[in-house]
Design a binder for this molecule. Structure first.
Ligand SMILES: Nc1ncnc2c1ncn2[C@@H]1O[C@H](COP(=O)(O)OP(=O)(O)OP(=O)(O)O)[C@@H](O)[C@H]1O
Length: 268
């Protein structure tokens, strides 16, 4: 059922509650092969919950989640192969890797988990570090000595270890210094070009949205209120919430162009 026109990832009318709180309410979105769908919205709107569902870290109550037109396999060889095809890069590189590990150990982790390290694993780790601009640092360096940007490069190399088609990036630049953010974004864009990767990219930063997106989905209180091509959504938003969001962002200074402003008290 997989052909070039079938979206790589399709979320169809997915709902999720935690206790009595409905966090996702009939959410639908698409990620096409080799393209980027950005998911934007204020803090607490449900973006990370959706990301966790898409990567299989969280269950959902109703709806469908399709990869190349088919539901995610749950058991056996097909489930293992599926895990290989999806990578994750999270917001805080200080949280998402154990600082006691060496660079080589961190990047090799998914290969070891999939029992793929023995056959050429060392060489593969070196290759990945090279592709992520970390060859100088070397596999034996300890992570606790690295800067935030270097750690995020290691997280990206780790996400690429099993050669995925699709990576969920949950605010991958927002914990980094401004000067480093652009470098990490450029790295992600180059890797996408070289490897034909698809991204679901969660961000609060409208400049990032404009730079990287093919499609944009806007989330508000657990619903997608608008989605479409990046050009249409950012240049000619139809939904009143999207319009308010963009005008608030554009009216603010470049240093506070965050989508949480001014709709929540959280302005990270
Ligand atoms: N495991 C959980 N148990 C209970 N409530 C949860 C859980 N995970 C998330 N929530 C709640 O779901 C809502 C949506 O959270 P989520 O982290 O998905 O939002 P978000 O849009 O990613 O926010 P942010 O931009 O701040 O990361 C919040 O009210 C949050 O408190």
């Amino acid at each position: 059922m997989s052909n070039v026109d079938t979206p790589l990832v399709e979320v169809r009318s997915v709902s999720k509650s935690f206790g009595s709180a409905k966090v996702l309410d009939g959410v639908s979105l698409l990620v096409e092969r080799g393209k980027t769908t950005s998911l934007v919205g204020e803090s607490g709107s449900g973006k990370s919950t959706l990301a966790r569902i898409v990567t299989g870290l969280e269950t959902f109550d109703s709806g469908e989640l399709l990869f190349s037109g088919a539901p995610r396999p749950r058991r056996g060889k097909a489930a293992r192969e599926f895990r290989r095809t999806v990578g994750v890069v999270l917001q805080d590189p200080y949280d998402s890797i154990d600082p006691r590990f060496t660079v080589g150990e961190v990047v090799a982790e998914p290969l070891r988990a999939q029992k793929r390290y023995r056959a050429g694993g060392k060489e593969r780790v070196r290759e990945l570090l090279d592709q992520c601009g970390m060859s100088e640092v070397g596999t034996d360096a300890h992570v606790h000595r690295l800067s935030g940007g270097q750690r995020q490069r290691i997280c990206i190399a780790r996400a690429l270890a099993t050669d995925p088609d699709f990576i969920v990036c949950d605010e991958p630049t927002s914990a980094l210094d401004v000067s480093v953010q652009a470098q990490i974004l450029n790295l992600l864009l180059r890797l996408q070009r070289d490897r034909g990767l698809a991204y679901l990219f969660i961000t609060h930063d409208i400049d990032v949205v404009r730079r990287i997106s093919d499609r944009v989905a806007v989330m508000h209180r657990g619903r997608i209120v608008e989605s479409g091509s990046a050009h249409d959504v950012t240049q000619n938003p139809q939904d009143a919430y999207t319009q308010r969001l963009l005008s608030a962002v554009l009216g603010s200074s470049p240093h506070t162009r965050k989508l949480s402003y001014p709709y929540s008290s959280h302005t990270s």
